[in-house]
Design a binder for this molecule. Structure first.
Ligand SMILES: [Zn+2]
Length: 512
């Protein structure tokens, strides 16, 4: 058995458990109702027996009276002849006919039976069958009358046929419709429409004005069948079971930035619960690509909807490149910015429980054409990022503060670099080739770039308004690395330039 088959089996078993609980309740209710009926039925039955008995003894009395009358009176020849012919008639009658009972159920004649014992056997047979179907004791409840009669010998009804009629009269089985999910019968209703309506209601939350069709991912069948009369047709119970969420195990692949606790909380679990599912995983040593066992809530029935959707989509401006030796290879600049266009798109979109699975574009109409963007593309080979061993000025401008001790912000301070004034946004260049080892905010430096050069020297570029490089970037001498600003502790737009040897600051002017 595959995992998914096993899951489905478990799913069906769980559902069956729920339904059985509901079923037991129904039985208890039915049993109570039946207790009452039983008493009534017993009364009717006693009455019937009495009526039948009275009828029989009446006819016997009549017969005996006739004989008595014959015995008491002097016999006239005529009377003798008469009595004789009656007697002969009786003998012939007794030979041709036998005593029997016409059986009436609720006023309907259903057959002729030989005796009361036969009726008892039939009723007991029907009661056993009905009890088996209903899963509870059952006493036959109908108005039964037996009318004494004579019938042609051997012409009593077949008891099986009579039993069948009585059984049908009970109505132990009723016509209904069953619904199955993936082959498991899960409920019943009196009509096919009721079940279909219920399915519509289950799908309803996933339907939008654009939905053209829906179906369930599971195989659902509705078919006619006879069910016990005491079946409770509670579609609300069935519906709530089918719309309930169940927990399924799934795999989660660790992505960059994930933490064990964040994953747990995003799944509405505590880290301890997640740990229980992953006993061998160390929360502090997650690695990208590692798999975690997680639990997911999935609806019992999955709704697949298909929608026809129309929406606007941006047509990106196509780009044409013009080569130029004025730029390094890999660098570009805009010559003429084109504009994006607009298209009206129609698509058929398939969703599973509201989550898009597939999108097929059926038509695209251009509302507004895009225009071409022309860009320059560099052809000059990029300078090597290897350090040249000397520094160029990161920016040109007047020096507003030199390296060394100074009075600033109301106190003495040792200034670790050079402050070179320049307008806001001026390009700050790498003094020599190297590797960016810091790019970000650092206290009073504000937005800072540190480049480590091949000989281990470091250059600092502080107070920038924005950075153009990231840690790890290889940069060449003169490459734009930042834009000037006054972030951190600064009183005007400038570049604070520092040179460090073995971690200690030195006077940059000695290297420029
Ligand atoms: Zn400074």
């Amino acid at each position: 058995m595959s995992d998914s088959q096993h899951d489905q089996k478990t799913k069906a078993e769980q559902l069956r458990g729920k339904l059985l609980a509901a079923w037991d309740k129904t039985r208890v209710q039915a049993a109570r109702a039946w207790g009452k009926t039983q008493v009534q039925a017993a009364r009717v039955w006693e009455k019937t027996k009495l009526v039948a008995a009275a009828g029989w003894s009446k006819s016997r009395v009549c017969f005996e009276r006739a004989r008595v009358a014959v015995a008491r009176h002097p016999v006239s020849p005529l009377l003798y002849v008469t009595v004789l012919s009656v007697a002969i008639g009786a003998i012939v009658f007794n030979g041709m006919y036998s005593r029997a009972y016409v059986l009436n159920i609720d006023g309907e004649e259903v057959g002729v039976i030989a005796n009361e014992a036969e009726l008892d056997a039939i009723v007991s047979d029907v009661e056993t069958r009905v009890a088996d179907i209903l899963g509870e004791e059952y006493d036959y409840d109908a108005e039964i009358t037996l009318t004494p009669a004579y019938t042609v010998a051997g012409e009593v009804s077949d008891t099986d046929a009579v039993a069948e009629t009585l059984f049908a009269n009970v109505g132990a089985l009723v016509d209904a419709y069953a619904i199955s999910v993936d082959g498991y019968e899960i409920g019943y209703a009196l009509s096919e429409e009721a079940l279909e309506e219920m399915l519509d209601e289950i799908a309803q939350p996933y339907l939008t004005e654009n939905t053209v069709s829906y179906e369930f991912a599971e195989e659902i069948a509705i078919y006619p069948m006879q069910v016990p009369a005491n079946t409770e047709f509670d579609l609300e119970v069935l519906k709530s079971t089918l719309t309930s969420f169940e927990v399924e195990e799934a795999k989660y692949v660790i992505e960059r930035g994930d933490t064990f606790n964040a994953i747990a909380y995003s799944l509405d679990m505590t880290p301890a619960q997640l740990k229980e599912l992953n006993p061998d995983v160390e929360a502090n040593t997650l690695f990208v690509g590692q798999e975690l066992v997680i639990q997911q809530a999935v609806p019992y029935l999955s709704v697949i909807t298909v929608a026809n959707e129309t929406y606007e989509e941006v047509i990106e401006s196509p780009v044409e490149y013009i080569e130029t030796p004025d730029l390094y290879v890999g660098n570009t600049s805009v010559k003429e910015q084109g504009s994006d266009g607009l298209a009206e798109v129609s698509a058929q979109v398939t969703y599973l429980n509201g989550v898009e699975q597939e999108r097929t574009v059926t038509s695209t109409t251009t509302v507004q054409e895009a225009t071409t963007t022309y860009m320059y593309k560099g052809t000059t080979p990029k300078p090597v990022t290897a350090s040249k061993g000397y520094f160029i000025w990161p920016v040109s401008g007047s020096i507003t503060s030199y390296y060394g001790g100074r009075y600033i912000f109301g106190g003495y301070d040792f200034h670790l670099g050079l402050d070179i004034a320049c307008p806001y946004g001026t390009t700050i260049k790498a003094a020599d080739g190297g590797t960016v080892t810091y790019a970000g905010w650092q206290g009073s430096y504000g937005m800072l770039v540190i480049i480590t050069h091949d000989n281990g020297m470091k250059t600092y570029y502080a107070h920038n308004s924005s950075l153009l490089v990231s840690v790890g970037d290889k940069v060449y001498q003169g490459q734009a690395i930042a834009r000037a600003g006054m972030t951190g502790s600064a009183t005007g737009y400038h570049c604070h330039f520092e040179v460090r040897v073995n971690g200690a600051s030195v006077n940059p002017l000695n290297y420029l």
